[in-house]
Design a protein around this ligand. Structure first.
Ligand SMILES: C[S@@+](CC[C@H](N)C(=O)[O-])C[C@H]1O[C@@H](n2cnc3c(N)ncnc32)[C@H](O)[C@@H]1O
Length: 387
């Protein structure tokens, strides 16, 4: 993989050293973008080339397109072999009514594709909003970047594995208008109106991938508690990465920690210990971030880079960057605490619904407690499939 030449701009006055650990300098720096309002698809016009900066009044008449006439891209018309075009029919065919069904439990909505109890988190509007907030947290954490690897502007085939609401998929497609970007998830929570170079499919990523043609860049983010067989998934991602292509993972070590002992003995700590225990009881790794580098190496990836970010719980940090990150994380956790807990505590650990609600009240009290200085860690690991 090509090595870096640029260091990302510090966020809110803090240095790169202050925002992460074990940092091999990342590659291309992208400027921070304002978050898209949740669920709003990009306008198709966003992926069109920008107007020339020349004042149209001064341009010669030959350069000025007629108003209200939309030019036809002849290359697109002539490209009968377009992979995107081919896939559209596969996509339409795959959208059977089964994937649009949902199941309901404890007052929350869950996916119903295959066995609905497989994935422990809901997929309702509250969860969708939380995932979009989480997307913003990832971007703040990475200094405004959508990803860490160097992805050439000419990248063609991109896959977002477990794409959730599709917000990353669409942001990437906006930045890389010439790429075809496919998002796959088990839940139908993606918008219908999407940029022309984006496509979503409902599928189980633990099954064989449906697309035999390899991808130039595969992205897989925030799948803690979701995956039964991580080494198999990482191997499958390797097998579907084109020689010379890149795969990138971003995932949690969801161990709740504090460096000054302020988390010790709190309900927040007990909650933070019980959830991973329950996740492991049903074979869903809560801390995949810790193992990603090993799994990638075992799968065959080379030139592996690994970066670790701390994410404070609450705005307790003294530097502006971590204070902001912690504030967003507080909002996200406060909103997500129920979604994380219901199936793990009731279905796995055998608690009652009422007991969980009492626990959540105490957890939310601790989340607001200014004397508790807790954080979790996020691992970004990326590498190349050898040519
Ligand atoms: C925590 S969300 C992360 C979503 C997205 N990657 C992001 O970073 O915003 C995990 C996603 O994995 C999806 N998921 C869980 N198990 C899956 C499976 N076996 N196949 C496909 N998607 C799955 C869930 O539906 C959910 O949207």
């Amino acid at each position: 993989m090509a090595s870096t030449s640029e260091t990302p701009a510090p966020v809110s006055g803090i240095t790169e050293e202050a925002s992460s650990e074990a940092v091999p300098a990342p590659q291309t720096s992208t400027s921070p973008r304002s978050p898209r309002s949740p669920r709003a698809p990009a306008s198709p016009s966003q992926s069109h080339p920008q107007s020339p900066t020349t004042n149209p009044q001064e341009a010669s008449s030959a350069e000025v397109p007629e108003p209200n006439v939309i030019g036809v891209d002849q290359e697109w018309v002539d490209d009968a072999d377009s992979a995107l075009g081919d896939d559209v029919s596969t996509y339409s065919a795959s959208l059977t009514s089964e994937v649009w069904k949902h199941s309901y439990e404890y007052g929350r909505r869950y996916h119903a594709y295959k066995d609905s109890s497989e994935y422990i988190r809901p997929n309702d509007e509250v969860e969708v909003d939380r995932l979009d907030m989480m997307h913003h947290i990832f971007k703040v954490m990475k200094g405004g970047k959508l990803f860490e690897a160097t992805v050439p502007k000419t990248v063609q085939r991109v896959l977002d594995v477990g794409c959730g609401t599709g917000i990353w998929t669409m942001d990437f497609a906006d930045e890389y208008p010439s790429a075809e970007v496919l998002g796959v998830d088990i839940s139908p929570i993606q918008p219908n109106l999407v940029p022309p170079n984006v496509k979503f499919e409902i599928d189980d990523i633990e099954e064989e991938f449906a697309h035999p043609q390899p991808f130039d860049y595969i992205h897989c983010r925030y799948m803690a508690y979701a995956i039964k067989d991580w080494p198999r998934l990482v191997q499958q991602i390797y097998n579907h990465t084109a020689p010379g292509g890149i795969a990138e993972f971003t995932d949690y070590d969801l161990t709740y920690r504090s460096d000054d002992g302020t988390l010790d003995g709190t309900t927040l700590k007990a909650w933070g210990d019980d959830m991973p225990r329950a996740g492991r009881m049903i074979g869903r790794e809560p801390c995949p971030g810790l193992h990603l580098e090993t799994w990638m190496r075992e799968a065959g990836f080379t030139d592996i880079m690994h970066k670790v970010y701390k994410i404070p719980i609450g705005p307790w940090a003294s530097d502006k960057h971590h204070k902001l990150l912690g504030a967003y994380n507080f909002v996200m956790l406060n909103q997500g605490a129920e979604a994380f807990s219901l199936r793990l505590f009731i279905n796995v650990l055998g608690w009652s619904y009422e007991e969980v609600q009492v626990l959540l009240a105490k957890v939310k009290r601790d989340l607001k407690d200014r004397t508790i200085h807790a954080y979790t860690e996020m691992h970004c690991v990326w590498g190349q499939r050898p040519v």
